[in-house]
Design a binder for this molecule. Structure first.
Ligand SMILES: [Zn+2]
Length: 316
């Protein structure tokens, strides 16, 4: 229980809900996070899966597809998508229970399963499968953002007001975008370079471990264990989220993005080109110190020439 936040929660519930509803990115990895997960994942695709993905997306970049589900939030016809970005867990729970937390299937875990099946089903229309693809690229990112597997009473950390790097923020937003933005301050080339760095530092052991389960309920449980650690390590209200917090949690942040990307790649290979999964696994960047093939999206975001991989990231 984040008692240190209690004194900060003086805003009324109504105001907080209205504020968070008006703040679209507060419910998901920010754009950078989604693009990073998406490009780590699609760099793993086999040729067949890449071809199938391109046929569905046409000229739409993977990066654009990754943020589509956030960009349509102001369009009422897509209101049904809003509760699919996250899953709520009771405050006293130590793990997820899909019978208890399933919300009738209206949450991120069952949505990943549902849209994976639609994407896989070639008897479905192109439009249905394109929607499924966009949602999957987005939701697999979301389920690896710890505050998307969190508590209803504080709106997944949206009501946990905190100072972050000298500005008013909240813990959901900190993990959506503030920490990534802080990291990007040190990264020439923006999100594309950060994505390439993270992808290239995934080891063979990590790849094996992270792809051991394709069950999004397992993924959500892992995210929830991180969520619980984050609540136990709530920033001091006086100092807020500062460089010390960033340094402490950066390895975990990196790993959330890496795991999300690796699992997305595995899922898309299976859904778009069944049978090609093993080939994709064997082409992992971990076996080579050379940068993997640059994706169209990475090229389009014009990464700086200085894309030298940084030190391998270790798990927290
Ligand atoms: Zn989202």
């Amino acid at each position: 229980m984040p008692r240190r936040f209690a004194s900060l929660l003086s805003i009324s519930v109504a105001v907080a809900i209205a504020a968070s509803a008006a703040c679209t990115p507060c419910f998901a990895w920010g754009e950078d996070g989604h693009k990073i997960v998406a490009t780590i994942g699609t760099a793993m695709l086999t040729e067949d899966a890449q071809k199938a993905l391109r046929e569905l997306l046409g000229d739409e970049s993977v990066a654009d597809a990754a943020v589509w589900a956030d960009q349509i939030r102001s369009d009422p016809q897509y209101d049904w998508i809003t509760p699919l970005h996250y899953i709520n867990v009771p405050r006293n729970a130590t793990s997820l229970d899909m019978a208890r937390d399933g919300n009738g299937g209206v949450q991120v875990v069952s949505s990943i399963l549902k849209y994976r099946d639609i994407l896989k089903d070639t008897t479905k229309s192109q439009d249905e499968r394109r929607l499924a693809l966009r949602l999957l690229i987005h939701f697999v990112g979301d389920v690896h953002q710890p505050f998307h597997v969190s508590y209803k009473d504080d709106l997944g950390g949206n009501k946990l007001t905190v100072q972050a790097f000298g500005k008013k923020s909240n813990m959901h937003k900190v993990w959506d975008s503030e920490l990534i933005r802080r990291r990007l301050n040190d990264t020439k080339g923006g999100w594309a370079t950060m994505s390439a760095d993270l992808r290239q530092s995934v080891t063979a052991e990590q790849l094996k471990k992270w792809t051991a389960s394709g069950d999004p309920a397992v993924w959500a449980n892992e995210a929830f264990s991180i969520t619980r650690m984050l609540y136990r390590d709530a920033p001091d209200p006086t100092t807020g989220v500062d460089d010390a917090y960033f340094q402490r949690w950066q390895p975990t942040l990196n790993e959330c993005l890496q795991v999300g990307g690796v699992r997305l790649g595995t899922l898309l290979n299976d859904a778009l080109a069944p049978g090609s999964v093993k080939a994709a696994t064997d082409t992992k960047a971990a076996k080579s110190s050379k940068p993997a093939k640059t994706t169209k999206d990475e090229k389009s975001s014009k990464p700086a020439k200085d894309a030298t991989p940084k030190q391998p990231v270790t798990a927290a």
